[in-house]
Design a protein around this ligand. Structure first.
Ligand code: ITT
Length: 184
């Protein structure tokens, strides 16, 4: 069975990837070795650099996933700094920043970087538009899921298969899966 190493410290990401890639006969194996994260405004170069670095380190085909929440009223904050902001401020204080804000629009973006040793990385992006909720709702998922709403429901309130049928990560993984299905 073909094996793609998913370099991430986040097991939720791995579960979501397995659901999509295992029906294609691809075994997703998590590796927590980390990778240097470039400081960039966009996710794609971060994912590309990380994938190339990890493919050469592990001498295997790899994927990485760089994701971020881009809130329109906050000038696209926290964007590529989403992990840092989640760890330092957390959902409650992000909601506080949004307290008096009428424009609740936000985009969750995902960039999957894929690379084989010695080659250039490819990046598969996926986005989902939504809104920042007024309060935290739901216990499912992880990270910003309780405050990110699509069609009136937060990701935290959705069953796994519901989130996984419309999320940023699902859309990016689908593009990777389609490309792999072409025989690459
Ligand atoms: P790795 O870098 O090790 O893959 P990470 O969790 O740090 O794992 P990111 O650097 O991509 O992931 O950080 C993105 C932040 O956004 C982080 O706080 C995640 O918890 C959060 N996040 C990413 N995808 C999410 C999703 O589908 N739902 C909710 N929050 C998400």
């Amino acid at each position: 069975m073909r094996k793609i190493i998913f370099v991430t410290g986040n097991p939720h990401k791995v579960r979501e990837a397995e659901e999509i890639l295992s029906p294609l006969g691809i075994n997703v194996e998590q590796n927590n070795c980390g990778y240097p994260e470039l400081q960039e405004d966009e996710l794609s170069p971060i994912a590309a650099f990380g994938a190339e670095w990890a493919a050469n380190l592990l001498d295997n085909e790899v994927m990485v996933d760089d994701s971020g929440l881009f809130i329109e009223a906050l000038g696209e904050f926290p964007g590529p700094y989403s992990a840092y902001v989640f760890d330092t401020l957390g959902n409650k204080r992000v909601l506080k920043l949004m307290e008096d804000e009428i424009n609740r629009r936000a985009v969750f973006r995902c960039a999957i970087g894929y690379c084989r040793p010695g080659e250039k990385a490819l990046v598969f992006p996926g986005d989902v538009e939504g809104e920042i909720s007024k309060e935290m709702r739901g216990n499912a998922g992880f990270g910003y899921d309780p405050i990110f709403e699509v069609n009136g429901m937060t990701f935290g309130e959705m069953e796994d298969n519901e989130k996984n049928s419309l999320s940023h990560r699902y859309r990016a993984l689908l593009k990777l899966a389609e490309w792999l299905k072409e025989g690459h």
